[in-house]
Design a protein around this ligand. Sequence first.
Ligand code: FAD
Length: 490
Amino acid sequence: MQKAVIIGSGIGGLATAIRLAVKGYEVTVFEANDHPGGKLSEINLDGFRFDAGPSLFTMPQYIEELFSLAKKDTATYFSYHQLKKNCIYFYEDGTTITAWADEDKFIAEITQKTTENSSSIRRFLAKSKTIYTITNPVFLEKSLHKISTYLHPNTWLSMFRLPQIDSMRSMNRANESFFSDARMVQFFNRYATYNGSNPYKAPATLNVIPHLEHHFGAFFPKGGMYSITKALYQLALDIGVSFQFNTKVTEIALDETCKKVTGVYIGTTKILADVVVSNMDIVPTYRKLLPTQKHPEKLLNQERSSSALIFYWGIQKEFKQLDVHNIFFSANYKTEFEHIFDKKDIYNDPTVYINITAKECKTDAPNGCENWFVMINVPNNSGQNWDDLIKIARNNIIEKLSRLLKEDISSLIIAEQILDPRSIETNTSSYLGALYGNSSNNTFAAFFRHANFSATIKNLYFCGGSVHPGGGIPLALLSGKITADLIKKR
Ligand code: FAD
């Protein structure tokens, strides 16, 4: 049996492991941490449970596909349901908008609360759908780096429609052309943060993202986001994948010509493999695991996505006006992004996101309490004085939430843990603590993500959020599909 080694058990690594096991490989996953999931992990703190990283679940069909490939019933491992409210938005001027999953209800809410009419929203959602239908088959489901992709008839069809993907202007510029009410421009600009980008620089092609949420829906996995990791880990075990935790791969082993992979090193121990897939961030994969090889510097030096500062707060009160996903917008979005991407510090009025899984899963917090995952977007790590920045940001967040929720939040915090760009980097080897690999702040960003294979070393592959097609759970899962498709069936 041919042997495959996967370095890392992030969501991309788990998806690749399952797909290769289905293809008949003997798969071993080496994971540096003592648990699977990478960024998709959980925290238990003083009776509260928190999802540590991702909180928004879209495109469950990519998870379902793994169970059907393995000929297993999804329901015995994993269940989820669609949320009725995608998110509640709070603006500094007092406006509150509920983004209902039901499109007509959502449009009615916007026309009632803002000066927009229904046709501008419908026009925008239709555009979002068009971008999805053009980009999905080419940019998301196939390797951009294989000639076969460009010979496929679907690619040709998409190529003819490329002008429609709106890549030559910024997302903000496009949104200003769709909407006259600044609140709606800010509402849809926020989707750039779903892959850690800046809406004032990222191409309007990113307006594809609202389609994933508003058309396909936002979902809640029973037991919280970490149940995705648990389900995929169990599925992998059940189809014969083996895992070694607390086991850091220290180098990728090559043959004497350095043109073919022969396995990996765990310290001085060599593990032989026919195929190696790195789910470790692409930058440390080259810098640490392939130290003597030529590195693709241009790709590795692309601008990285933003990072995050998260306060996991146990709150001794229930807030009826909040839901699972809540956003408290800053009054000046442009300035906020200048701080994140240009000044590389934290704006004093950050947009605050609160995720409360206890709204759906009562056992995640003690009676009468809520588990608040409070996140702001921050720059990636370039050696800032994070301890000072965190202290100031914490005060600003508490002041903002207390004012908008009309309640002294600081007195309600009974448990606290913090995650910042430094700990994100330490916990999962994410270069600079970036959440989504490279940013998408320029028109050609998609072409500057590393391919899912090595062009110089045979049988070496890459998956996960730092390579094609990009970060976020759906794309990391798709990277597993593209990678496994590139590897021959045994
Ligand atoms: P990672 O999660 O990066 O895991 C890589 C794994 O490799 C880790 O377990 C690491 O320990 C292991 N590893 C690294 N080096 C080695 C080595 N040498 N040897 C062995 N093992 C190694 N996405 C969404 O879709 N929705 C969201 O709401 C969302 N919110 C987010 C919020 C936060 C705070 C964070 C951090 C991320 C968020 N994301 C979100 C992004 C999403 O979590 C990631 O894009 C995705 O989980 C990345 O998966 P991955 O496959 O790249 O692996």
